[in-house]
Ligand binder design. Sequence first.
Ligand SMILES: Nc1ncnc2c1ncn2[C@@H]1O[C@H](COP(=O)(O)OP(=O)(O)O)[C@@H](O)[C@H]1O
Ligand SMILES: [Mg+2]
Length: 206
Amino acid sequence: MSGLFITMEGTDGAGKSTQLNLLNDYLKNKGFNVVFVREPGGTKISEKIRDIILDIDNQEMHYMTETLLYASSRAQLVNQVILPELKKGSVILCDRFVDSSIVYQGIARNIGIDIVKKINNIATGGLIPDITFFLDLSPEKAIERKKEQKELDRLESEKMYFYKSVYNGYQKLIEQDSERIKVIDATQSIQKIHQNIIDNLEKMFF
Ligand SMILES: Nc1ncnc2c1ncn2[C@@H]1O[C@H](COP(=O)(O)OP(=O)(O)O)[C@@H](O)[C@H]1O
Ligand SMILES: [Mg+2]
């Protein structure tokens, strides 16, 4: 076996971390060697880059800088963790990946889809997830959920229109890659969503 690369996508507050934690436990109980990483981050160097990206003081950060920092963090994660672990047969759970950059930097920040794809292609060596779950939650509901949590970081404190363009960006990606990206109704209960995700995985891989 050559491992399995699973990514979770969706707007902030959609439930990605919640579902990845459940999936991590589920797969470990099944006996898989699971490696759970988040983006940006997942390695010592990538976590340092994450701090720069999310620092609320870095308001003057240019969108191209942001795009390249995400790609740098990802290059380190792919080469230091994801590729070696896939080779060993591990299941990789990744909280956000290239799709997030295409949507956030490419579409919402207007850097351009093709440029962001090119940059990330170089950063990842063209690595594509085996399956991606998109947790589908309207921007309105996502913000409501986020408000219940205390502190917002630099990206989360952006305006509503940004959330909307992110959401529309994801819809575009899904249209183009409906085979890889599975859309999950994120307004369901946490357990129901978890079951949907497992059903998809069992149908396709186990
Ligand atoms: N299916 C759900 N229904 C209601 N609330 C949820 C659901 N999934 C997650 N939440 C809550 O919404 C908030 C955001 O969830 P989180 O997993 O942190 O989202 P993300 O990682 O996508 O930003 C948390 O307070 C979490 O407990
Ligand atoms: Mg999260």
